[in-house]
Design a protein around this ligand. Structure first.
Ligand SMILES: O=P(O)(O)OC[C@H]1O[C@](O)(CO)[C@@H](O)[C@@H]1O
Length: 245
């Protein structure tokens, strides 16, 4: 595992975006695994800037996102499809048909999960997968207790995850109770994984990732078995590790 400690959120975002640019330089038709949430937003801003400055070209790129809420259609402002369009895709020259996100309004959800796993196996696996981490160690929407053998599946969101995401919705009742997510095994198929963490809120999770057991109760610990994992954390997210050694 490589660990990069960035001064702050901005530097974390710049380092991550540079690694993505390096990947695209090596392989312009790369497949990127992308994440939503607040953490990668700065990285997406850096990627948009590099596109505007002519340093990146996304025409041949494909992207595969980790997850989507069940029941929200792609135009819903809190859907992850909408999030990705607003925060990245509409500002770069990517071909939208090469951007993959689970369809949260699918009538047959189990079938949608199987279709998505096939996408991962045929379009992907990602050359580089970007991940955030939940305060309870979730990755994608894989909550504590998820099997490390899981592939794309439907999850019941925990109250803590719904509460953490309620800030994006008008009220807690509007936060969906289910999501479709790539499983742990699906995520581990990626050739390279970058996990981002910023801020005090993530300090306990980063400490547990580095010093805790590998255990299904802490989904991010599954990443420790991956052969090419880089953590990019800012000083606030890393401070418990530094304090306790
Ligand atoms: O980046 P944030 O907003 O702290 O979220 C952390 C994680 O939680 C999720 O938003 C899901 O709740 C993930 O997509 C993300 O990686």
């Amino acid at each position: 595992m490589n660990i990069i400690i960035a001064k702050d959120y901005k530097e974390m975002s710049q380092v991550a975006s540079q690694m993505i640019e390096d990947q695209m330089t090596k392989r312009p038709d790369a497949v990127l695994g992308l994440a939503t949430g607040g953490t990668p937003l700065g990285t997406y801003k850096e990627l948009i800037n590099s596109y505007k400055e002519g340093r990146t070209d996304y025409r041949l790129l494909s992207t595969i996102n980790l997850d989507e809420y069940v029941g929200l259609d792609p135009e819903h402002h809190q859907s992850y499809r909408y999030f990705m369009n607003q925060n990245l895709f509409q500002s770069i020259n990517i071909d939208k048909k090469n951007t993959y996100i689970p369809f949260g309004k699918a009538e047959e959800l189990e079938q949608e999960c199987r279709r998505y796993e096939e996408v991962i196996d045929t379009i992907g696996p990602p050359d580089l997968q970007l991940l955030g981490i939940g305060e309870n160690g979730h990755i994608g929407f894989n909550e504590p207790g998820t099997s490390f053998d899981s592939e794309t599946h439907i999850v019941n969101l925990t109250d803590s995850t719904r509460e953490a995401n309620a800030r994006f919705f008008e009220s807690m009742e509007d936060v969906p109770t289910k999501a479709i997510t790539m499983g742990i095994r699906s995520i581990l198929k990626s050739r390279k994984i970058i996990l981002l963490a910023s801020g005090d809120r993530k300090a306990d999770a980063i400490y547990q990732l580095l010093h805790g057991e590998t255990d299904e109760d802490f989904p991010a610990s599954s990443l420790k078995s991956h052969h090419d994992l880089t953590l990019i954390v800012d000083e606030d997210a890393y401070k418990k590790v530094q304090r306790k050694g």
